[in-house]
Design a binder for this molecule. Structure first.
Ligand code: CA2
Length: 313
């Protein structure tokens, strides 16, 4: 299994290592306008700036595929096109030889497409060397077609390929926080940490946005309000991330609502419920949740979002 995510600003060493690997690769280096000696000579500040911009910027995003073993299997970067404001330019595509042919490129380009769509862009374009038939075939599998244009670069002739990004396809998740979670960050920091509900909602929205999803967030201390929000999700959401709070251990009604709407959902608990009182060990959702993240603090919400989205077709 491969996880695709945007890079983090502090990952400049890994960004550099993967880039140098790409430039050293005899096939992949056809694709790059840079050279290994030039990239190797760049100071740390170059890689630090590059990682920061593509981790946090609105005009650039670098995605990586991370294998189960934790190694970086591939990367794709999307930049705002310098001449067409509604277009993303895909650059820096590289998959390590050991991960080629395992749908890594599809997953990376899908993440890039979703991010670009989230920016309101309507098209992705890229350039691919005419001698790189394998890459042309991979891009075609990912929905790119040749536009008929060709460009000339120092490393030879390239085809221009483009892929439309259908409008109005931004997908949405419902984030549900149950009773008492409005108190997050104000009490019991030794159990729940210091992040507030607002922090949780922001983290979930940011994580989902990278993958092209919007989030509608609801918190309520009233079971019926939560049930109504879950029912409404049927109309416009692709999945649900829920921390049901104490209702986890008591509510058949909540379970019925979640199974009734037939959306995949992720059950999140900030604390390690299994290490706490006996009555917290049982969850009415444990056998129907598509994803469960327990005891990873507030960061567990972001992981739940990524795992849930990976399951949505
Ligand atoms: O660990 C979790 O996320 C829980 O779902 C939180 C629930 C608890 O009943 C579950 O057993 C585990 C409680 C949420 C109450 O949140 C508070 C946060 C700060 C201060 C007081 C309550």
């Amino acid at each position: 299994m491969m996880t695709v995510r945007r890079i983090r600003p502090d990952e400049w060493r890994e960004v550099k290592a993967l880039r140098l690997r790409a430039l050293a690769d005899p096939i992949a280096n056809l694709a790059f306008l840079d050279t290994l000696p030039n990239a190797s000579a760049q100071p740390d500040s170059f890689w630090q700036d590059r990682a920061r911009n593509s981790a946090e910027g609105d005009d650039a995003a670098q995605f990586i595929a991370v294998s189960d073993g934790g190694d970086w299997a591939g990367t794709v970067t999307v930049l705002r096109h310098s001449e067409r404001s509604d277009t993303g330019l895909v650059v820096g595509v590289f998959v390590t030889p050991e991960h080629r042919g395992s749908h890594t490129i599809e997953a990376l380009l899908e993440a890039a497409a979703q991010w670009a769509r989230g920016r309101g862009w309507t098209e992705l374009v890229l350039e691919v060397h005419v001698d790189n038939g394998r890459a042309v075939a991979a891009y075609e599998r990912c929905g790119f077609t040749r536009t008929g244009e060709i460009t000339e670069h120092v490393n030879g002739t390239e085809y221009v390929m483009s892929r439309p990004l259908a409008a109005g396809t931004t997908r949405r998740l419902l984030l549900v926080n149950g009773p008492n979670l409005n108190l997050l960050g104000t009490r019991e920091p030794e159990i729940y940490g210091t992040a507030t509900l607002r922090d949780v909602e922001d983290t979930v929205a940011d994580t989902a946005a990278v993958l092209g999803y919007e989030v509608r967030a609801v918190q309520s201390n009233h079971e019926g309000v939560l049930i109504d929000a879950i029912h409404a999700a049927r109309d416009d959401c692709a999945g649900i991330v829920i921390n049901p709070g104490g209702l986890t251990h008591t509510s058949v009604v909540l379970r019925d609502a979640l199974t009734g709407v037939t959306l995949p959902f992720a059950e999140v608990h900030i604390s390690d419920v299994h290490a706490r009182e006996e009555f917290r060990h049982h969850s009415y959702l444990h056998d129907v949740a598509a994803v469960r993240v327990i005891g990873e603090g507030v960061a567990g919400y972001a992981r739940a979002v990524r795992r849930l989205i990976a399951l949505i077709p």
